[in-house]
Design a binder for this molecule. Structure first.
Ligand code: GDP
Length: 436
């Protein structure tokens, strides 16, 4: 999928535009359990094309007080990672100094940029838009993110600028693993530990126009693709400390993977940056293995310390808690193979298909014993269930007479029973209640 980043100084309307672009899609997605709407990252569908949108302002705690330097650095990260940048300016303020600064950065990059003049709510304001030609970024695009006027034309222009996704020659049925995590957590180190000195076991797949995102690893009984290893090795000291940086760096890998290996630094515990990445994984419905790295640096490694660590992680990631946690060291190579074994198993769990008769045989008696509580005097009956074929993640449908009266906690009960009976460790699942 392509990635579009919205940049601009505070209060030009970035989050309003973000909401407008992602609105239709989020409404559908947020109906799925576990996916939360947030203001920073979402998907947009337009004219049959799907792309991801990031609002760079979403990472600024207090936009009014943000240092100009921080804005410049966010723009830099956006230009490195995005396929297209929407540079938003405000028609009412005209060209400001900070707009000039941002434009200067954008003029130097190779990434395509669309100059979007926001708050053009009426014709008079639309006539002011040509002022922004002085930024040297081509035709200004007047829109009103608030009313939506002009956004259809803008989306047409976005689609036109986005290159069609390059079809890469990846073999079906081979797991794709992404190693993700904050800067310096040990991503490059663990990838080097996997690959070792033996360069022959990895093959870069020839990409058409840019470096391939997939690297094939086939040895020791493991056969998988590592996603975007080049992106992990590429470092930028100027921008690495931004919270936003690790998010932008992770999006592509996460979107292209089946299983994400989320690395956490044992010496720091779980922090906001880790949670940001975890949310990206959840939103994309990817499977998860958590690796607590730098375990060699933890002095007392008894069972109690391990339990405390595990509980702290699961508590932060609740309600999704059914995933493996591995304590490892990329440096000493402790449990490195365990990480691969686990990722492989989680991939298989993600591909689980439960036969309909087996599913009903186990689930119907459970439902009989704990039926959905009747609501408003309505008697709810679940008659039958099945797993949908060919879905991204295991997806189950329970057919009921009155699906609208089945509460979220009952849906969760069904999910937990499925997890109790089949190994879905590490993988999100969907549980739908539908009308028979
Ligand atoms: P990345 O930014 O996530 O790719 O992190 P790097 O792989 O570059 O690692 C950052 C630093 O942490 C380097 O100095 C590594 O040598 C160190 N490091 C990585 N993994 C471990 C580990 O398991 N134990 C220890 N002690 N240091 C590690």
């Amino acid at each position: 999928a392509n990635l579009v980043a919205i940049v601009g100084r505070p209060n030009v309307g970035k989050s309003t535009l973000f909401n407008r672009l992602t609105k239709t899609r989020s409404a559908i997605v947020s109906d799925t359990a576990g996916t939360t709407r947030d203001r920073q990252y979402g998907k947009c569908d337009w004219a049959g094309r799907e792309f991801s949108v990031v609002d760079t302002g979403g990472w600024v705690v207090n936009s009014d007080d943000i240092f100009e330097d921080a804005i410049r650095r966010q723009v830099l990260v956006a230009t490195e990672e995005a396929d297209l940048v929407l540079f938003l300016v405000d028609v009412n303020t005209g060209v400001t100094d900070l707009d000039e600064d941002v434009a200067q950065i954008l003029r130097r990059t190779k990434v395509p940029v669309l100059l979007v003049v926001n708050k053009a709510d009426n014709n008079e304001q639309i006539y002011e838009a040509p002022v922004f030609y002085s930024l040297g970024l081509g035709d200004p695009f007047p829109i009103s993110a608030a009313t939506g006027s002009g956004t259809g034309d803008l989306l047409d222009a976005v689609i036109e600028k986005l290159k069609p996704g390059e079809a890469e020659d990846v073999e079906d049925g081979i797991p794709r693993f992404a190693v993700v995590g904050r800067p310096n957590v040990g991503k490059s180190s663990i990838i080097n530990a996997f690959i070792g000195e033996d360069r022959n076991i990895v093959t870069e797949i020839a990409g058409t126009t840019r470096d391939s995102i997939y690297t094939r690893f086939d040895k020791f009984g493991f056969d998988f693709y590592l996603v975007d290893t080049a992106g992990i090795r590429r470092k930028n000291k100027v921008t690495e400390d931004l919270e936003f940086y690790s998010v932008m760096r992770s999006i592509r890998s996460i979107e292209h993977s089946d299983v994400c290996i989320l690395m956490i630094d044992a010496t720091r515990g779980i922090e906001t940056q880790d949670m940001n990445i975890f949310q990206l994984i959840q939103k994309n419905q990817k499977s998860l293995v958590v690796v607590v790295n730098k375990w060699d640096l933890v002095p007392d490694k008894d069972q109690k310390v391990i339990k405390t660590f595990e509980n702290a992680i699961r508590e932060r990631m609740a309600p999704f808690v059914d995933f493996p946690i591995i304590f490892a060291s990329a440096l000493t190579k402790q449990r490195i193979f365990k990480v691969l074994e686990t990722a492989k198993q989680v991939y298989l769990n993600r591909k689980t298909h439960v036969g309909t008769s087996k599913l009903n045989e186990i689930m119907l008696p459970l439902i009989e014993a704990y039926p959905p509580p009747s609501t408003k005097g309505k008697y709810i009956k679940i008659k039958y269930c099945t797993q949908l074929p060919n879905t991204q993640i295991p997806s189950f449908v329970f057919y009921a007479n009155l699906p609208q009266y089945v509460k979220e906690n009952y849906r969760r009960f069904l999910e937990n029973k499925i997890r109790d009976n089949w190994n879905m460790h590490g993988t999100p699942i969907n549980v739908f209640i539908r009308q028979k």
